[in-house]
Design a protein around this ligand. Structure first.
Ligand code: AR6
Length: 169
């Protein structure tokens, strides 16, 4: 598996699957989530509502992942995952790692060969950027998957630099 880094908007990516940093409701929010629903159109929300009406009636638990259509995005699927809210008192690193592992597992089920990830939990959920990058890179590296390319799509040069350091180290 190849790991690549780019500074870009994840909604512009031409990949098989785009990962959404969602919340448990799956019904939208700000950040990546808001951008994906805005650019992808109403089909994504419709698919999320159907999941909530079915086996995810209680919402998607933190650390888990589920796929829907990507609507009008250039991708085929959106893989929604719920990162943990950062806490200094409580080490939730395993839940953050689980987001990357579970998303790759869903990507394998879809037979996706290219997957774009944002820096999960590193925005609204407050995870320190250097640690978020370290967990993202080390987890993806340690996960066995048939995905050919994992592309981390970072929204700023600063975040890119954290990922580049994690990748180089
Ligand atoms: N493309 C790539 N990266 C982006 C984009 C974009 N279009 N927009 C923001 N980022 P966040 P979280 C970066 O807040 O911390 C939502 O309301 C951003 O700069 O999207 O997991 C959900 O509904 C940051 O580095 O996700 C949840 O309630 C990273 O993506 C909550 O936010 C993640 O920021 C999830 O919070």
């Amino acid at each position: 598996m190849q790991i690549t880094l780019v500074v870009a908007d994840i909604t512009d990516q031409v990949v098989d699957a785009v990962v959404n940093a969602a919340n448990s409701s799956l019904l939208g929010g700000g950040g990546v989530d808001g951008a994906i629903h805005r650019r992808g159109g109403p089909q994504i929300l419709e698919a999320c509502r159907a999941l909530r009406a079915g086996h995810l009636g209680g919402g998607l638990p933190t650390g888990q992942a589920v796929a829907t259509t990507a609507g009008d995005l250039k991708a085929r699927w959106v893989i929604h995952t719920v990162g943990p809210v950062y806490s200094r008192a409580d080490d939730r690193s395993q839940l953050l790692a689980s987001c990357y592992r579970e998303s790759l597992c869903v990507a394998d089920d879809l037979e996706a060969s290219t997957v774009a990830f944002p820096a999960i939990s590193a925005g609204v959920y407050g995870w320190p950027a250097d640690d978020a990058a370290r967990i993202a890179v080390s987890t993806v590296r340690a996960t066995a998957s048939d995905v050919d390319e994992v592309r981390f799509v970072l929204f700023s040069q600063t975040m890119y630099d954290h990922f580049a350091e994690a990748l180089g180290g």
